[in-house]
Design a protein around this ligand. Structure first.
Ligand code: SAH
Ligand code: SF4
Length: 429
């Protein structure tokens, strides 16, 4: 891991705000920096001109370089700079001729997302709020698999990433959809969430262990040794409906999965959807073996429609047919996410239809106690009611777990930190 003192600072002031802040302390709203609107419009967004280099696959990059008359090994060099050494500026790519660096800079941006706010501590769930180049805010959540409760190292980390700014699907319990949908994330913005979290997690450690380290030094590279990579699993469960941003998501995941890119196995990547039946079928036809999770939350159309307007468009029988197709193509169990909301979907009368559906579709059920959202009236059921629902499901021999929500205390359900920050800043994004 690179020490910040090894980094070659560039003259530009760092976009990174204070990291290494004491555990569970969030930066007060007055410390948040207003976006610099003088920066160019985000590439890849309507009206933008250049795509970011981290939206390119090895194939598309190699094609461009070939068109320019470059040798094939140049693509490997560029990818090495991006994903092994994690370069943040073209000039860091010292083994590329200056003319090629200039040409790349003309054609592509090389952006990094900016940390606005961080909650949580190193050993527990950490939530990151990012600002994108157009000022939009998104979130990622880092979840250690084995919190180092007894001082042992946490071996695996799961990162929950966002795919859109806001969400158009307006589920009644969810903070992400409260202010509607703003735009899709570009592939590089999805990829950057992983790179930036890995970098900042290393950086935080160095800052806290070295009095000389400076949070203002922006390095030219953010390299982590591949064997010590932090993020081993991805869940596409942050803000937004991933399958409504299908092409950008799949492009980002192919980059994060590739050995030359993120190196995260497809089986360690779970895509969660509110139930877009046609895209579930499309996903089933993809060669990569991603895991699929369905946000079900209601086992009958009556209950589900109350919670999720998308159920009118794709009612349970259509969703089930798409899940069936997915199972036929992939032969893999899917997961039903089922938030338990007091008095809404936690009645034991829901257990039977839920069990039938799970058995028919080879699904396991992940019960999640509802995380309360400011401005919404829903409540989580008592622990007794949660346990009773789980026990009833188990009597049907359905594989089920009851999640003790990690990060409940830091607004870990998607969209909440962004919402809070936007309210504090008076509608920033
Ligand atoms: N749009 C996708 C992925 C993002 S939502 C989907 O709906 O699956 C990721 C998960 O967080 C979903 O299962 C969603 O239902 C759940 N979620 C949203 N708000 C929540 C809350 N307040 N408490 C608990 N889980 C929540
Ligand atoms: Fe969108 Fe998923 Fe939230 Fe529904 S649960 S509003 S689909 S992010």
């Amino acid at each position: 891991m690179m020490k910040p003192s090894d980094a070659q600072p560039v003259s530009r002031k760092s976009p990174w705000v204070k990291v290494g802040a004491p555990a569970r302390k969030i930066l007060p709203a007055r410390d948040l920096v207003k976006p610099d609107t003088s920066k160019p419009a985000l590439a890849g967004v309507k009206g933008g001109v250049r795509a970011d280099i981290k939206s390119q696959t090895r194939e598309t990059l190699a094609e461009t370089l070939k068109e320019w008359g470059e040798q094939p090994f140049r693509a490997e060099q560029v990818l090495d700079w991006l994903y092994k050494r994690r370069a943040t500026c073209w000039d860091a790519m010292s083994n590329l001729p200056k003319a090629l660096r200039d040409r790349l800079a003309e054609r592509f941006t090389l952006g990094a997302i900016e940390l606005v706010r961080k909650q949580g501590s190193r050993d527990t769930t950490q939530k990151f709020l990012w600002r994108l180049r157009d000022g939009a805010l998104i979130e990622s959540v880092l979840i250690p698999a084995n919190p180092a409760l007894y001082g042992e190292a946490s071996d695996r980390h799961t990162l929950c990433v966002s795919t859109q700014v806001g969400c158009a699907y307006g589920c009644k319990f969810c903070a992400s959809g409260l202010d509607g949908w703003k735009r899709n994330l570009t592939p590089d913005e999805i990829v950057e969430q992983v790179l930036a979290v890995e970098w900042l997690s290393g950086f935080e450690f160095q800052v806290s262990s070295s009095s000389e380290a400076s949070a203002d030094a922006k390095p030219e590279t953010r390299n982590q040794k591949p064997e010590t990579r932090l993020v081993s699993n991805l869940v596409i469960m942050g803000m937004g409906e991933p399958l409504a941003n299908y092409d950008n998501l799949l492009r980002a995941l192919s980059i994060l999965n590739a050995p030359w890119g993120g190196g995260i196995g497809a089986r360690k990547i779970t895509i969660s959807t509110s139930g877009l039946a046609p895209q579930i079928r499309r996903l089933a036809d993809e060669p990569l073996q991603f895991k699929l999770a369905i946000s079900l939350h209601g086992a009958t159309d009556e209950v589900r429609t109350k919670l999720m307007p998308v159920n009118r468009r794709f009612p349970i029988h259509e969703l089930a047919a798409a899940c069936d197709y997915h199972f036929q193509k992939k032969g893999k169990m899917i997961t039903f996410e089922y938030i338990l909301i007091a008095g809404v979907n936690d009645h034991v009368s829901q257990v039977r239809p839920l069990a039938h559906l799970a058995q028919r579709l080879h699904a396991k059920v992940n019960l999640i106690p509802y995380n309360s959202v400011e401005g919404l009236e829903w409540q989580r059921p008592t622990e007794e009611a949660q346990e009773a629902f789980l026990a009833a499901l188990e009597r049907w021999h359905v594989p089920a777990t009851l999640r003790r929500e990690k990060g409940h205390d830091i607004d870990a359900a998607c969209g909440q930190l962004r919402l809070k920050t936007e309210r504090e800043l008076g509608g920033l994004a």
